[in-house]
Design a protein around this ligand. Structure first.
Ligand code: DAH
Length: 339
């Protein structure tokens, strides 16, 4: 047995190959399940007990060395073929794997394209903002408790520089820089000092809508949102507006859509209410218009804001927010759509 091992060690060490077929011969002869080395392992049970230790070690060494030799031969052949001479340039290439869009992008694009049909364009603003654009211009007085509604990441104090807590800040920038009529959507990332869990994250995405012109009414707001809800969740979707409070809108409301999962009958997604809250909205407070240099006697407007993760969760029935940020391809691969 020891002689046999020695012989095989020598043979494998001296083996030379000229091409992949010969490499495959080597593999079959020595390394495959029915190869010489496996056979040795099979015969091992017949070795006398006092020799078992020595023989066992030698077989293991042989196996390692034969495998190493295989790797070397393979590398050698690959190096050879890097040299383009002799390479078949007409061989078909490796197919390119197509990626898929992130569900947040898909839902964002879908929302934008629905509002595009109503004439909304898109504007963006900075993620690092100052107090004026995030709070003051939006009618949050300095000591107003509404500032506590949002836990803010501050970068600097006096003057306050912070990560925006909502995309409403971009409303201010748009109104400062454009003249009515303004009809725009403001998508972007927002940041809040929240403990990360299945239902909350410190980074998420919002889409804000803003319409400022002469004679814009609450009826226009309601009609616009109803159109959106039906396009997004299906023709049968119903909406309901509940009175609410935001410093920058008056009156303010929160909008629910009828639960598309149970069609309003009640299920665990809508917590057996038949309704799902999806956005906040209202008529732009005249103070906000004035803060941004727009004549509130002449113009009125409506605004709304929604969380993209929330809409995507409802659309795709995703139960854990953290999945959006982990970028696990097994999760991402599932989303294919026209957007
Ligand atoms: N900014 C609000 C938030 O982050 C959402 C919102 C509510 C935006 C009402 C609006 C609005 O434009 O009118 O919770």
């Amino acid at each position: 047995m020891i002689e046999k091992i020695k012989g095989l060690l020598k043979e494998t060490e001296e083996f030379v190959v000229k091409n992949v077929d010969e490499l495959e011969q080597y593999r079959l002869k020595y390394l495959s399940k029915k190869g010489e080395i496996s056979t040795l392992f099979g015969d091992f049970k017949n070795v006398a007990p006092e020799l078992k230790k020595e023989v066992g070690q030698k077989i293991n060494l042989l196996k390692q060395s034969a495998q190493q030799k295989f790797d070397e031969l393979k590398d050698y052949l690959e190096d050879q073929s890097d040299n383009t001479e002799g390479t078949d340039l007409s061989r078909p290439g490796e197919p390119i794997e197509l990626g898929s869009r992130h569900p947040i992008s898909l839902v964002k694009n879908e929302i934008v394209s629905i509002f595009n049909k109503l004439g909304f364009t898109v504007d963006e603003g900075p993620e690092i903002e100052d107090d004026w654009h995030v709070f003051s211009a939006l009618n949050f007085p300095p000591e107003h408790p509404a500032r506590d509604m949002q836990d803010t990441f501050f970068i600097e104090k006096e003057p306050d520089i912070l990560l925006r807590t909502h995309t409403s800040s971009v409303q201010v920038r748009v109104m400062q820089n454009q003249k009515p009529p303004i009809r725009t959507l403001l998508p972007g990332r927002v940041f809040r000092n929240e403990a990360i869990s299945a239902r909350a994250h410190c980074i998420f995405h919002q889409i804000e809508g803003l319409f400022v012109a002469e004679n814009v009414s609450f009826a226009d707001l309601k009609q616009t949102l109803m159109y959106f809800a039906k396009e997004m969740f299906g023709e049968k979707t119903q909406i309901r507006l509940r009175p609410s409070y935001f410093p920058f809108t008056e009156p303010s409301a929160e909008m629910d859509v009828s639960c598309s999962i149970c069609a309003g009958k009640g299920c665990n997604v809508c917590k057996y209410t038949g309704w799902l809250e999806i956005l906040g909205c209202g008529m732009v407070d005249p103070n906000v218009l004035e803060n941004c240099g727009i004549d509130s006697e002449k113009y009125t407007g409506f605004a709304f804001g929604m969380g993209v993760e929330r809409i995507a969760m409802l659309k795709y029935q995703i139960k854990d927010l953290r999945l959006y940020f982990e970028n696990d391809v097994r999760f991402l691969r599932q989303f294919k759509s026209a957007y």
